[in-house]
Design a protein around this ligand. Structure first.
Ligand code: SAM
Length: 238
């Protein structure tokens, strides 16, 4: 197979042993083996200059926790140029969306800084013009799981990672809607509650136009009910 555009990822972290983690399994793991993406981890502690290998210091102005030092991070980042698109995972960042995942999947080089403690000295983020990305409205203990989740969303969009290129088209968020429900055999299934549940007739009829219409209606109804924010945007596009 010719590799069209391998994505090269650099991860700046205090815990390189966390990688590739679950990204080494299943789709992303196979893609890594095939060279569709490449991973380099950088141990930030290697760039500490004192005997204690210090990576953090107390926050100026006081308060709880510790802050990752800008001079240490600068040494690590400048030793690994070019960075390509430089991302800092942070709850303060713009939300990771499917649209942003598609955009990041077009890149050839991504460098991702994983925070720990209270985060990173602000001056470092400014000096490197970091793009700040958040994976959801909750606080994790470190940027590593956030980086992995973001990469999982990106890697499955790379060319040749999922066999059938059309697979993404009907997925949730792709057209602004949540996906319709799925069914497989048996045609009638009895659950632990004793209720017989048939697969909807339309899906067993083989009439493609009717199936497409039913799926679209389901997608719209589910989005309207569960995600009024997405539904409002979808309706505005009409
Ligand atoms: N003091 C920070 C705050 O209140 O926003 C939280 C720091 S958190 C304990 C440590 C690191 O985890 C952050 O620097 C960031 O790299 C990462 N992190 C935590 N939650 C995240 C999220 N929702 N999205 C992206 N990164 C996150």
């Amino acid at each position: 197979m010719t590799i069209q555009s391998a994505l090269r990822v650099k991860i700046f972290t205090l815990f390189p042993e966390m990688f590739p983690g679950f990204l080494g399994q299943s789709l992303s793991g196979k893609a890594l083996e095939k060279g569709l993406w490449a991973l380099e981890t950088v141990q930030l502690r290697d760039f500490a200059t004192d005997n204690h290998k210090t990576v953090d210091d107390t926050p100026c102005g006081g308060g709880a926790g510790m802050v990752m030092k800008p001079d240490l991070l600068d040494r690590a980042l400048s030793a690994h140029q070019p960075l390509g698109r430089f991302i800092y995972m942070t709850p303060r960042g713009k939300p990771l969306t499917q649209k942003l995942a598609h955009e990041l999947a077009q890149e050839q080089n991504l460098s991702i800084l994983c925070g720990r403690y209270e985060g990173v000295d602000q001056r470092l983020l400014e000096a490197y013009d970091a793009e700040e990305i958040c994976i959801g409205d909750y606080v994790l203990s470190g940027g590593e799981p956030a980086a992995m989740i973001m990469l999982d969303a990106i890697i499955r969009l790379l060319p040749d990672v999922i066999g059938n290129a059309g697979t993404h088209d009907e997925e949730s968020f792709e057209n602004g809607l949540l996906e319709y429900p799925h069914y497989t055999r048996p045609a009638v299934w009895t659950g632990p509650d004793g209720v017989e549940r048939p697969v909807p007739d339309v899906l067993m009829g083989g009439h493609h136009a009717n199936i497409a219409k039913w799926r679209q209606e389901q997608s719209e109804a589910i989005t309207k009910e569960r995600r009024p924010d997405l539904w409002d945007k979808f309706k505005k596009k009409d």
